[in-house]
Design a protein around this ligand. Structure first.
Ligand code: FAD
Ligand code: SF4
Length: 451
């Protein structure tokens, strides 16, 4: 089947109807706008704050002046419409267990409950939210936003079991007691650097988690090295600055332009005084009782090592080079990197066990919106599976003809941020809200492609 859709919708992994909800905003139908979003994206304000927004990068309006500010529109709308009440279908009598209450597990629970299944969700941590709660810093995603947007779990009568780590024995019990299981346990183990003395490194993910758990500040007045160029490394750098580190130096094996982290994060870090050192890799760390002496080897652009080394002293070295999955509780088929093997229907080699999110994704696919897209699809497959129906192939989308009928000449309204000097000593949210008029003005810029 082929369905034609606007470029923003096509490029969103969850195919959120962006064109549709912006049209509803233009008509001031805000309740209908949020209802439309909730069909595909149960955490609208949360994801608006952290998503890399491929929808926006592919917006047609870019060809004329600048893309529609899709994230800020959704933040405004979600702040306005907090009282969405999901309509749940009649009880199906089927029981589904979700292991992991990160974004994948939460959203899958939402879609399965809408269909009327009895859903129980189990998580090892004291609170739900996964990496969004325990890693992404408060200045990017305030916990109160996540708390508010996940309230639907209690409103939907979901059975929630926090502080419940699933091991092989408990997994077997779940297998015996539920009609279907979804593994959504993410990737919580840090990858290790191949470097002599790497035992002196601090784990970036644990560092971020300890901030969230309000543990001791270990970076105040210290000189810190942060290894890595992804989201985690940038979050570590910018959090360390906020905790009063004297100097924060980011070390990356490629150039700054090639970092997988979002460009806005890199620019934000530069503004806050973080120093970037590129084309370097750590080869040795020695601890002299007070300082860590780090030896770095220079690399060519193609990552071949040069015969040139430099050393620098640090108080702390934090490694943030990526995460691995740990699904020891599951005896099904896995890939070499430990991610769970699934078919096109996110089904493992056990017919009633499915897996989604970072537990199956790799590299650039490890983003929240991808996990949400999978949550919706897998919920549909589980509906069919529980009803003994055939699982359906995904729809093949095609892009529609671009609408060149430009009627509005307003320039894009930028995301306003707190100034670097005012924000770098605290964890307050960086982005500043729009006014109601600004919100409507930006919505009016949308070209309603193909509408
Ligand atoms: C520092 C950092 C910054 C990031 N920044 C962004 C960003 O800006 N934008 C973006 O889109 N993505 C970002 N990501 C990636 C994003 O957080 C993940 O893609 C997303 O959280 C994946 O969701 P998930 O539900 O699959 O896994 P997770 O969020 O990791 O949730 C997994 C859950 O499973 C639980 N769990 C694990 N094992 C067990 C077990 N055995 N038993 C019970 N529970 C278990 C965990 O406690 C956790 O709650 C970032 C990731 C990190 C680490
Ligand atoms: S102009 Fe509007 S409909 Fe067209 S791609 Fe951008 S947001 Fe989507």
């Amino acid at each position: 089947m082929t369905k034609k859709i606007a470029p923003c919708i096509l490029n969103c992994p969850a195919h959120v109807d962006i064109r549709g909800y912006i049209n509803l905003i233009k008509e001031k139908k805000f309740v209908q706008a949020i209802e439309l979003i909730m069909e595909t994206l149960p955490l609208p304000g949360t994801i608006a704050r952290i998503c890399p927004h491929p929808c926006q990068s592919n917006c047609t309006r870019k060809l004329k002046d600048a893309a529609i500010n899709i994230p800020q529109l959704r933040i405004f709308l979600s702040e306005m419409q907090k009282n969405f009440v999901p309509q749940i279908k009649n009880n199906t009598g089927k029981k589904v267990a979700i292991i992991g209450a990160g974004v994948a597990g939460i959203c899958c629970t939402y879609f399965l409950r809408l269909s009327g299944h009895d859903v129980s969700i189990f998580d090892a941590m004291p609170k739900i939210g996964g990496m969004l709660r325990y890693s992404i810093p408060e200045y990017r995603l305030p916990e109160k936003v996540l708390d508010c947007e996940t309230n639907f779990l209690s409103a939907m009568n979901v059975n929630l079991f926090c502080n419940t780590k699933i091991d092989a024995k408990k997994f077997q019990e779940l297998q015996n007691n539920f009609d279907a299981l979804v593994i959504a346990t993410g990737a919580w183990e840090s990858s290790k650097l191949n470097c002599e003395g790497s035992e002196y490194f601090i784990d970036g993910i644990k560092f971020l988690r300890n901030i969230k758990l309000k543990k001791e500040n270990i970076v105040e007045n210290k000189k810190i090295a942060v290894i890595g160029g992804g989201n985690t490394a940038l979050d570590v750098c910018r959090s360390a600055i906020r905790l009063g580190a004297k100097n924060v130096i980011n070390i990356y094996r490629r150039t700054r332009n090639e970092m997988p982290a979002e460009i806005s994060e890199i620019n934000g870090a530069l503004e806050e005084g973080i120093i970037f050192k590129e084309l370097l890799t750590p080869v040795k760390v020695v601890f002299n009782g007070q300082k860590k002496i780090l030896t770095l080897q220079k690399l060519k652009k193609n990552l071949e090592p040069e015969n040139e080394f430099l050393t620098e002293e640090f108080d702390l070295i934090i490694s943030a080079i990526g995460q691995k999955v740990n699904t020891n509780f599951f005896d099904g088929e896995k890939n070499i990197d430990g991610t769970i093997k699934v078919n096109d229907f996110f089904q493992t080699n056990y017919k009633n066990i499915f897996a989604i999110g970072d537990a199956i994704n790799k590299g650039k696919d490890r983003i929240a919106i991808k996990a949400i897209a999978q949550a919706k699809i897998v919920a549909k497959h589980i509906d069919n599976f529980l009803a003994n129906k055939l699982l359906e192939k995904p729809i093949d989308y095609k892009i529609i003809k671009i609408n060149g009928d430009e009627k509005n000449s307003n320039m894009r309204l930028k995301m306003q941020e707190i100034l670097p000097n005012e924000r770098k000593n605290n964890f307050n949210e960086i982005i500043l809200p729009w006014s109601y008029d600004e919100f409507l003005k930006e919505a009016a810029r949308c070209l309603n492609c193909g509408g």
